[in-house]
Design a protein around this ligand. Structure first.
Ligand SMILES: Nc1nc(=O)c2c([nH]1)NC[C@@H]1CN(c3ccc(C(=O)N[C@@H](CCC(=O)O)C(=O)O)cc3)C=[N+]21
Length: 295
């Protein structure tokens, strides 16, 4: 069994991007600039946005963090996005989700210039991804594809079971795993809350992508010997032994499942850091007027 080191791979990618920034600087060109919008004071969102901004600084990108309180009007938020769309110095725009209930996520995403939509959530970019055209790929599935490639994990003809059908992870992941390229060419089963025979399907899986948002959802009795396990979960659970009073766990019972897996991503240190690395790659492409080409 091999533990997939997402922290290491993300650092490798960040080092490559930092070198590209130095090249741009040497040519007297502008460095990539990511603008992040954070609405409200959800502590998890604050942590994620802070680590995105910190990663930008580490590799030499510019970043702007725009913070608004939860009561911001939808109109005012949309005006901010339009200003970023029109600002030629800004290459990538990220609106941290979830948003307060009075703001339409759909309207917000539709307002972002598709050329600056480094999250890959705009319907035009989703459409391109589904059509197999170069575009910005949502950061979490993109990060997982980069991990599969880095570890040279075989995917052709494999049965991949994706648990969860969100627009951010499960749906794009299933599209990417079934595309005609490497990584890809999997036979994909996408499971969700209405799936009856989840355990049987999982037992047939060569690759399981768990993106449900429930701690210890995938247990050892659901996993075939030698399966590849990708854990997208980020669940904070109470832990009295920790100073913070809580600890981070994924959707997979890591301790038991790792005994059966051929490859497994830990939480933390697996998919999470890769989400940030993939976002930074998208931002680089956006700054160069390019789209992501998955090999
Ligand atoms: N518009 C938008 N784009 C996003 O990409 C987006 C979002 N909204 N909303 C929330 C989710 C979540 N997300 C994570 C990023 C990094 C880690 C990460 O670095 N995790 C570390 C640990 C972090 C910790 O200790 O809390 C790890 O797994 O090792 C996790 C989760 C991006 N998201």
């Amino acid at each position: 069994m091999q533990i997939i080191d997402g922290k290491l791979v993300s650092e490798t990618i960040k080092t490559q991007l930092a070198e590209k920034v130095l090249e741009l600087k040497a040519l007297g060109k502008k460095v990539p600039h990511l603008a992040a919008i954070l609405v409200g004071d959800n502590p998890a969102s604050e942590t994620y946005v802070a680590s995105k901004v910190k990663s930008c600084a580490e590799i030499g990108y510019n970043s702007t963090l725009l913070r608004f309180d939860a009561q911001i009007s939808e109109k005012h938020l949309l005006d901010q996005i339009i200003a970023l769309n029109e600002n030629p110095d800004v290459d990538g725009i990220l609106v941290q989700l979830p948003l307060p209930k009075h703001i339409s996520e759909e309207l917000v995403i539709n307002t972002i210039d598709p050329g600056k939509d480094v999250d890959g959530f705009h319907p035009m970019n989703v459409g391109k991804m589904v059509s197999g055209l170069p575009t910005y790929i949502p950061a979490t599935p993109y990060g997982i594809m980069l991990l599969l490639e880095y570890y040279q994990i075989p995917t052709k003809g494999k049965h991949a079971v994706v648990i969860g059908r969100s627009h951010i992870v499960g749906t794009p992941m299933s599209v990417l795993l079934s595309r005609n390229a490497y990584p890809g060419n999997c036979t994909v089963t996408i499971c969700h809350s209405h799936t009856h025979n989840l355990k049987e399907l999982c037992l047939q899986a060569d690759i399981i992508v768990a993106a449900i948002g429930r701690p210890n959802f995938v247990t050892a009795d659901m996993v075939k010997e030698g399966a590849v396990i990708i854990d997208v979960g980020i669940n904070r659970i109470p832990d009295a032994t920790k100073k913070s009073g809580s600890r981070l766990v994924g959707d997979v019972d890591f301790a038991a499942v790792k005994e059966k897996a051929s490859f497994i991503t830990p939480v933390p240190g697996g998919v999470g850091p890769m989400t940030i690395a993939a976002l930074l790659k998208n931002t680089y492409y956006a700054s160069q007027g390019e789209k992501v080409k998955l090999n």
